[in-house]
Design a binder for this molecule. Structure first.
Ligand SMILES: [Zn+2]
Length: 138
């Protein structure tokens, strides 16, 4: 009795697997590449990131061409950290927590809240940080 039930469940599992594999094949046939990709593939080339990027990746690529970095993906610019050239900290709110590695070979990070307004100094090394309002594209 038990072995018969076991066979039935194995058959059901196999049937379910087959059904999902068939569905996957049907869905994959429905995926149609964009005209730009088709054109590039027809000419024998490999589509570039610009041609095949969509959604957020496309927004970031477009912004980077205009010299912007809306999601802070690129390496941050370097500032002297002085009063005249403070470290610029972009923020979508009126405060942001900052970690300062005061000296290059320090193993401890000094964390402090940076608020909107005048530049603030790191409580340990005295480097200047300034919060700058930042808006995300969406
Ligand atoms: Zn510091």
């Amino acid at each position: 009795m038990r072995s018969a039930q076991c066979c039935v469940s194995v058959r059901m599992a196999a049937r379910l697997l087959l059904r999902s594999a068939t569905r996957a094949a049907v869905y994959s046939r429905r995926l149609v590449p964009s005209q730009a990709v088709i054109g590039r593939l027809a000419s024998g080339g490999i589509p570039t990131d610009d041609e095949q990027a969509t959604g957020l990746e496309k927004i970031v690529l477009k912004a980077s061409k205009e010299g912007m970095d809306p999601y802070n993906i690129l390496k941050p610019k370097e500032y002297a950290g002085s009063e005249q050239d403070p470290h610029i900290v972009p923020s979508i709110t009126n405060k942001r927590i900052v970690g300062c590695v005061c000296e290059e070979d320090n193993t401890a990070v000094v964390w402090f809240w940076l608020h909107e307004g005048e530049a603030q100094r790191c409580p340990s090394c005295g480097a200047h940080y300034k919060l700058v309002p930042h808006e995300l594209p969406h």
